[in-house]
Design a protein around this ligand. Structure first.
Ligand SMILES: NC(=O)c1ccc[n+]([C@@H]2O[C@H](COP(=O)([O-])OP(=O)(O)OC[C@H]3O[C@@H](n4cnc5c(N)ncnc54)[C@H](OP(=O)(O)O)[C@@H]3O)[C@@H](O)[C@H]2O)c1
Length: 329
């Protein structure tokens, strides 16, 4: 029988998520890759258990994480049932709908029909009565924003989610979504955008909106799917995401131009006494608006590596400029 480590809350840092009562661990674990039906269940289970043992209380899912679609939620359901059921109140579990999930016009985008049906399916797969956060996964240009936000509001009222959030929404649309939710009496808890040294769009307006609206954020792919680590410096290892047929990082994205930058960043990280993964995580966490860095992992050790980022989160102005200069070339 699994018993969680008694010291699990000793070393983790928890950050307030916008203007809310919720604190999120500075490092959260996402189940996009390596938790699906194609993966080794005992490895996925070991990563979830280990993460919880070191204070990672937040696990992020979506309806279609796998492959196949839905299977990451089934894995989470398995681990909840076997190991974590008695710890449910110590966990923040999120899911989302917004991308392709089932055939036909009701299994994608942002209709009320899709969001409500999808959450019901997610709850069944995970064996849960509610999720802690339910997201609209991406903007839908064709569905009225009032309909999508109305569905999120009603989902909270139904008790099937405690908080709601949005993901991949640009700054202006985030403001509108937040205002609609507020007008209905629901606060938008959180935004989930992509953010890393290679993907800095949130600095151009979104962070300001989040601050003004009191929305927290959890940034995904902070390691650029593994590029911002030392793993690709000597080529593409056979067990890496770029080498796996089911990985979203494709070998052609591992370009010489990127490797040159990664190599310089890696030298900087060594000078700071960190791994590049740790420096990359510390870098995304430097904004007050970023409550958590949402990592992925294929091995237990990568989760330990990530959490050690918390030992050195500060950057001098000179270091920040040096990073900007490396990225700008
Ligand atoms: N809202 C959205 O639209 C959206 C989109 C994408 C992701 N997400 C969320 O964000 C989460 C994280 O995304 P991500 O997996 O792309 O994040 P990431 O942290 O940028 O990349 C994780 C990958 O990097 C490699 N890695 C991690 N730590 C390492 C280390 N210390 N040394 C070497 N390699 C390391 C591993 O890949 P290897 O297999 O190569 O070992 C790992 O699977 C997802 O699980 C999901 O919850 C959300």
């Amino acid at each position: 029988m699994y018993l969680a480590d008694n010291n699990r809350y000793k070393n983790m840092r928890y950050n307030r998520c916008g203007r809310s009562g919720i604190m999120l661990p500075a490092i959260s674990l996402g189940l996009w890759h390596n938790f699906g039906g194609v993966d080794v269940l005992e490895n996925s289970r070991a990563m979830i258990r280990h993460a919880f043992d070191i204070g990672i209380t937040h696990f992020d899912l979506a309806n279609n994480y796998g492959p196949p679609y839905g299977s990451a939620e089934e894995t989470m359901g398995y681990v909840l049932r076997h190991d974590l059921s008695s710890y449910r109140d110590e966990l923040i579990i999120s899911s989302k709908a917004g991308y392709d999930m089932w055939p036909g016009p009701y299994g994608n985008w942002g209709s009320r029909k899709y969001l409500i049906a999808s959450l019901d399916q997610s709850l069944k797969r995970m064996g849960l009565e509610y999720v802690d956060i339910f997201y609209h996964h991406r903007p839908d240009p064709d569905t009225p924003l009032e309909e999508t936000m109305g569905a999120l509001h009603d989902i909270i009222k139904s008790g099937k989610a405690i908080y709601v959030g949005i993901s991949n929404y640009p700054a202006e649309l985030t403001k509108k979504a937040s205002e609609i939710l507020t007008s209905m009496g629901t606060h938008c808890l959180i935004h989930q955008p992509k953010y890393s040294m290679f993907e800095r769009w949130i600095e151009d307006g979104l962070l300001k909106v989040l601050r003004e609206e009191g929305i927290g954020s959890i940034v995904f792919s902070p390691l650029a799917q593994g590029l911002l680590t030392d793993k690709y410096l000597k080529g593409i290892p056979s067990d890496s995401r770029a080498a796996k047929p089911t990985g979203f990082l494709r070998p052609e994205q591992v370009t010489n131009e990127k490797i040159k930058k990664i190599s310089k960043l890696n030298n900087m990280a060594i000078d700071r006494g960190q791994t590049l993964a740790q420096m990359s995580l510390a870098w995304v966490l430097r904004h007050n608006e970023v409550s958590s860095a949402l990592i992925g992992a294929s091995k237990v050790e990568q989760i330990d590596d990530a959490v050690k980022a918390l030992n050195n989160l500060s950057f001098s102005q000179v270091e920040l400029k040096q990073i900007d200069d490396i990225l700008a070339v």
